[in-house]
Structure formats: structure tokens, C-alpha cells
Design a protein around this ligand. Structure first.
Ligand code: ADP
Length: 485
């Protein structure tokens, strides 16, 4: 399959280690498929333990010079990387839609969103301030400086093939760390293209490395290797727990962006059209495959029927198909297994009493396609209430009181994003404070941007990405006691 790229050298088939494109030692390859058609796009190097070790060694060696560069120089290089990503926005979007499936318009949006982290953290590099603290006696002062944590390992998922990498690589590089990235096996092409652009931007050999291949082998080495001082992971909660345990042996610093089970609450004083709009975007964006997608929509009794009617009307007009085609709003899921998994949750919930207001099964296009679905009369015993759906399925739960809905919203082990709609200022504060989540969207369905701290509580993980706080995960505070003054 040939892709209509204007710069074909963005399509790479090697691993990027120490500034070199290399094939696997044992010649192993990984086939990258287009989820809309099932066709192979390209096959790339699938590396293992030895190549990963070499990437870590290269990152360790490169760090000596990289961390000594003035912050302003690192900022300028990151700025150039940002500009190159934006100059190649269209090619990167095509690569993304080809390997991930999301509609081209969403891919373009993600390239810009991903690039914004590189711009932001390049600027933050210059603001890595320390503190001077009064000392415990007259002749002493306490000075705190922030230093890069060391070699960083990043393991990233397939749902945002660019943004989940730049959120990690940009603050790491800004802080003076070097990085080894393992992209998801479904979507390594965007990661490799980012590496190509990083090289063109002047990021020195060894500072940024990309190794795709066996998760177990690469992940095993990244977590066991004592040279790696920090692991940053975005993915599922079960794998996050495995990785966290693997990191314990060498006491690495970790950031974990894990699963969510976002409540989306609509109170009866809400602006109904705006709530429907917010629900549509937070539910069906990326075909429901984001960790902040609303997973349980709670609607107060008085407006329940009106909300369902409007949501069904909007969701039924979503055009499903190959994301490369014009006007497509809902692409395929990442692979056929994902569609089977989503359908299992839907069928189990229907069997326990949920009603189908729209869709309710695989799409007639077959393969990875799933129908936009709305389920009503959902309750807390059902599979769609308890599990992260990761598909275009909106389960709607009826509620009567504020107290009841807060209890239901918090009744989950997850705590990433949450949303609610109301025009009552007292309720805004009460509910905003009561939701046990890292992120709360109030009268808003889209909460991600590079200026805000993204991250979860409970089993949704730890650490924050984006904003000034996003640097904290990549630095250590060193305290120096200045005596004899
Ligand atoms: P998802 O369900 O979103 O695919 P996963 O947690 O399975 O999320 O995967 C996220 C990332 O973690 C991917 O890059 C995947 O290859 C990697 N991964 C999966 N299993 C392991 C493992 N045992 N060790 C290291 N990395 C893993």
C-alpha cells in the first residue's frame, strides 16, 4: 500500500538508536496494518532486549552533553522540532490515519495538539527555577536546584500516536534528560516520523531513541535496566501495575497515565444543547478510544428523555467509514479484536437489562467497524458501567439527586476525567470538589490542552502531563546547604 506523502522519508522502517536507523539484530519484523482495510502499510524492524540495551547506553552517554547545554539552546532545538512537526502536519496526519484509523481531520488536530507540547515545554525549559530558603541559623542558607532525573523510558499507546509521545519526550528533553521510547506496536510509524523530524531539528544522536517490537522484551529491559531512572507510561491499568512492580527493583521514578471510567453528569438545570454537544465530542471522538472519553452518562430524571432523544439524533448522523475519506466522523476501531471486545461489553449489558436506543452491534462495514451506539436504562451492575469501553458506545444512567449521582460517579476504581453540566454556581463548586478525579470538565466536553495538568488519581495512575507541573516528573530537587556565610 502506498501512502500519498509529500515527504516519503517520513515513512521509516527501522529502529532509531543513537542517531542511526537500524534493523533488528535477528532480522525480525513487525507488520503494520491499516485498520480500515486490514492491508499492510509497511513492515518495520521489531527489536528486542539487545537493541533496547544499546539505546539505553546511547541515551546515557548523550545525556552528559545534553544536560549541560544552556536551557535556551535546548529550547531553540525544541522550537525547531515543533516547527518541523507543524510543517509536516499533513504527512503526519496521513500516517496517523493509515495506522490508527481516526478520521483525517482528527489526525490533523492531534498533530497540532501533539506539537503544542513541544512548543510549551521548550518554553518551560527556560523557567526551571529553583528556590532560596532561609537557613536554620544566621550563617546558613538553603538553596534548591532542579536537575534532570536521568535516562527516561517511555512506553506509549496507540490511541494518540503522536501526542502521547510528545507529552513525555518534550518535558524530558526540556529538563535535560534523554529518552528511549517504545511506541505501541499498532502505531509505530508516527513515532518513527517524529524521530526523523527530531534529527532534522538538531536533536543530537542518542538524546531521543525509538525502539518498536516485543512489549515484553523491550518493556522488560526498560524497567530492569538500572541506568533508566524514570519510566513514563500511558496505557491500561493492568499493564501499568505490571510495569510499576517491575520498576520497584531499581526504585525508578514513575508516571502512570492509566485507564479511566469518566462520568458525564447532566443536571436538569443544564443547557441541554450544550450538554448534548459536549457528550457527543467526549464520547465519539477517536471512536470512543480515549482514556478521558465519557464512559457513563448520568442524566437527571426530568430531562432524561429529552437528552436521549437529542443524543440519538446526533449520534445517528455520524458517518462511519475509512478515515481517509471526506466527511467521515467515525473511523474503524484500532483492530478487529477491539470491536469484538466492545461488543462483548454491549451484549452483556443488554442481557442485564440495558435498552438499545441506537446501534448495539458491529457495523455492516465489518472488520474493525462498530456502530455508534446509545444504551439507556443502564445501572451500576452492568458491564458498560464497570469497564472502560474504548468504543463508540454511550451508556445512559438515570438519576434523581445530586448526592446520589456523586456517589455513583465515584463508585469506580478509576479517577481520571469527569464532566458535569449545570448553571448553578453553588453546585459547580460542590460537585467539582466532590468528584474523585484528577480532571473535571465543567460545562465542557474537551479538557486536554498543553497548558493544563493532565493526570489521574486512584487506579488511573500518578503524575501530571502538560502545564508547568508537567516538568516535575522529569526533575529531582537537590537541596544544597550553604554554610559558613
Ligand atoms: P492498550 O490496551 O491501550 O493497548 P496496553 O497497556 O496494552 O494498552 O499497551 C500500552 C503500551 O504498553 C503499548 O506500547 C504496549 O505495547 C505496551 N505493553 C503492553 N504490555 C506490556 C508489557 N507486559 N510490558 C511492557 N509494555 C507493555
Amino acid at each position: 500500500m502506498t501512502l500519498p506523502l509529500s515527504d516519503m522519508s517520513l515513512l521509516r522502517d527501522g529502529a532509531y538508536i543513537n542517531g542511526q536507523w537500524t534493523q533488528a539484530d535477528d532480522g525480525k519484523t513487525l507488520s503494520i496494518l491499516n485498520p480500515a482495510s486490514g492491508d499492510e502499510i509497511i513492515s518495520i524492524a521489531s527489536v528486542g532486549v539487545n537493541e533496547t540495551r544499546r539505546a539505553i547506553e546511547a541515551a546515557d552517554k548523550a545525556m552528559a552533553d545534553w544536560k549541560r547545554l544552556p536551557a535556551k539552546s535546548r529550547a531553540q532545538i525544541l522550537r525547531r522540532w515543533f516547527e518541523l512537526i507543524m510543517e509536516h502536519q499533513e504527512d503526519l496526519a496521513i500516517l496517523m490515519t493509515a495506522e490508527q484509523g481516526k478520521p483525517l481531520a482528527e489526525s490533523r488536530g492531534e498533530v497540532a495538539y501533539g506539537a503544542s507540547y513541544v512548543e510549551w515545554f521548550g518554553e518551560e525549559a527556560k523557567r526551571l527555577y529553583g528556590d532560596v530558603i532561609p537557613g536554620p541559623s544566621e550563617d546558613k542558607r538553603i538553596v534548591c536546584i532542579k536537575q534532570p532525573v536521568g535516562v527516561v523510558a517511555a512506553i506509549t499507546p496507540w490511541n494518540f500516536p503522536i501526542a502521547m509521545i510528545t507529552r513525555k519526550a518534550a518535558p524530558a528533553l526540556a529538563a535535560g534528560c534523554t529518552i528511549v521510547i517504545k511506541p505501541a506496536s499498532e502505531t509505530p510509524l508516527c513515532a518513527l516520523a517524529l524521530a526523523e523530524l527530531a534529527e532534522r531539528a538538531g536533536i543530537p544522536a542518542g538524546v531521543l531513541n525509538v525502539v518498536a517490537g516485543s512489549a515484553r522484551e523491550i518493556g522488560g529491559e526498560l524497567t530492569a535496566n538500572a541506568t533508566v531512572r524514570k519510566l513514563t507510561f500511558t496505557g491500561s491499568t493492568p499493564i501499568g501495575k505490571v510495569l510499576e512492580a517491575q520498576c520497584a527493583d531499581t526504585m525508578k521514578k514513575t508516571s502512570m497515565e492509566l485507564g479511566g471510567n469518566a462520568p458525564f453528569i447532566v443536571f436538569d438545570d443544564a443547557d441541554l444543547d450544550s450538554a448534548v454537544e459536549g457528550a457527543m465530542i467526549s464520547k465519539y471522538r477517536n471512536a470512543g478510544q480515549t482514556c478521558v472519553c465519557s464512559n457513563r452518562i448520568f442524566v437527571q430524571s426530568a430531562i432524561y428523555d429529552a437528552f436521549v432523544e437529542k443524543l440519538v439524533e446526533k449520534a445517528s448522523s455520524l458517518k462511519v467509514g475509512d478515515g481517509m475519506e471526506d466527511g467521515i466522523a467515525l473511523g474503524p476501531l484500532v483492530n478487529a479484536k477491539a470491536a469484538v471486545d466492545v461488543d462483548e461489553l454491549v451484549q452483556a449489558s443488554i442481557a442485564s437489562g440495558a435498552k438499545v436506543a441506537l446501534g448495539g452491534g458491529p457495523h455492516e462495514l465489518g472488520g474493525s467497524f462498530y456502530q455508534p451506539t446509545v444504551l439507556t436504562e443502564v445501572d451500576s451492575s452492568m458491564a458498560v458501567f464497570r469497564n472502560e469501553i474504548f468504543g463508540p458506545v454511550a451508556p445512559i444512567v438515570r438519576f434523581d439527586t445530586e448526592e446520589e449521582v456523586i456517589a455513583m460517579a465515584n463508585d469506580t476504581e478509576f479517577g481520571l476525567a469527569s464532566y458535569f453540566y449545570t448553571r448553578d454556581i453553588g453546585r459547580v463548586w460542590r460537585v467539582g470538589e466532590a468528584l474523585e478525579y484528577g480532571i473535571v470538565g465543567i460545562n465542557e466536553g474537551i479538557i486536554s490542552n498543553e497548558m493544563a495538568p493532565f493526570g489521574g488519581v486512584k487506579e488511573s495512575g500518578s503524575g501530571r502531563e502538560g502545564s508547568l507541573y508537567g516538568m516535575d516528573d522529569y526533575v529531582e530537587i537537590k537541596y544544597m546547604l550553604m554554610g559558613g556565610l
